[in-house]
Design a protein around this ligand. Structure first.
Ligand SMILES: C[S@@+](CC[C@H](N)C(=O)[O-])C[C@H]1O[C@@H](n2cnc3c(N)ncnc32)[C@H](O)[C@@H]1O
Length: 312
């Protein structure tokens, strides 16, 4: 398409689409279009009466989808967070239940590779990190206004950064002289504070992850979307989620456990079938990319996919 240089290697492509169990006339949501790797394969399985609603927070990804599928009446493209996918369905004129939701979380390679987006500590660029550049607060805006305690809390909670307090203190000191503006400025500041290096990891990795999660409200979005999916999935409809770090995966794992575990029945009481029913069931175990996939795409290394199915 328009940006052949910034390509995204789709993670768990065949596994995720197989897990969706695509029905030819089904209605599906690809909540994280990116560059449309999963969407394209879903569409190969969909007949002419099937529908695919794609959402992405990133206007660049959305523009890509609009151009690519301008002539495909099965595809409806919606700019916004997947947490609001019911709004996308309403806008697409979908009134009933749907057969599947796919989330391939995190950032895409084009987002990481474009220095102007500010996601990468390896590339000099404005400290932005917003997936949706049309709204919200950039990383620089937040870092230049948050209290030291707030910053330390976020670095600890979302980055599990051991030097969170020291980094927050250094940011507060530095911005009292001049506001933080660029990715490399922040990366160097952090590198100067993190005394114990983790092998193979840039000292700013954890902090950049934490700030990105905060700026994009990533974990809230995931929780909200999972919660809503129960009400929108048809019986046997599938929820497929690919996570890239333990915080996301914990949310997905706990959600699927909660909706697939029957409530405890007090001893001695007769069990009514309905009382033992759960909204969803787990499909298989967590799936990780094969060694071959990881060899060809280092981003796949940390991926983990979980699948749930709506009960009748
Ligand atoms: C890993 S990429 C998806 C790649 C895609 N599956 C493909 O094959 O090209 C993640 C995408 O999800 C988007 N994204 C992340 N969180 C989102 C959210 N809450 N709502 C909508 N899109 C989101 C990002 O902007 C990014 O484009």
């Amino acid at each position: 398409m328009t940006d052949p240089v910034w390509k995204h290697d789709t993670v768990l492509l065949h596994e995720a689409v197989a897990a969706l169990n695509v029905q030819v006339s089904g209605i599906y949501v690809d909540g994280t279009y990116g560059r449309g790797g999963h969407s394209a394969l879903i569409l190969e399985h969909l007949g002419k009466n099937g529908r695919l609603i794609v959402t992405d927070k990133d206007p660049v990804a959305i523009e890509h989808a609009r151009q690519r599928y301008a002539d495909d009446p099965r595809v409806f493209v919606w700019h916004g967070s997947f947490r609001d996918f019911p709004e996308a369905l309403a806008a697409a004129g979908v009134a009933g239940l749907i057969q599947g939701v796919l989330l391939d979380l995190g950032v895409s390679s084009p987002q990481l590779d474009d220095a102007e987006r500010g996601f990468s500590f390896m590339r000099e660029g404005p400290l932005d990190m917003r997936m949706d550049i049309s709204r919200g607060e950039s990383a620089a805006d937040w870092l230049n206004r948050a209290t030291e305690t707030e910053m330390a809390d976020i670095l600890w909670r979302y980055g599990e950064e051991r030097f969170s307090r020291q980094i927050a203190r250094e940011i507060a000191r530095s911005r009292s002289q001049a506001p933080l503006q660029t990715t490399t400025q922040l990366a160097e500041l952090i590198a100067g504070v993190v005394r114990k290096r983790e092998p193979g990891k840039h000292p700013a990795t954890r902090s950049f992850q934490a700030i990105r999660i905060k700026v994009n409200q990533e974990l809230d979005d995931v929780e909200e979307c999972l919660r809503k999916s129960v009400d929108y999935l048809a019986p046997t409809g599938r929820l497929v989620v690919i996570s890239f770090h333990s915080l996301e995966d914990r949310i997905v794992k706990h959600f699927l456990r909660d909706v697939s575990t029957p409530p405890p029945i007090p001893k001695g009481l007769p069990v009514m079938l309905q009382a033992a029913q759960t909204p969803m069931r787990l499909i298989g175990k967590a799936i990780r990319p094969s060694g071959v996939e990881v060899e060809g795409n280092v981003r796949a290394r940390s991926a983990i996919m979980r699948v749930g199915e709506r009960m009748p």
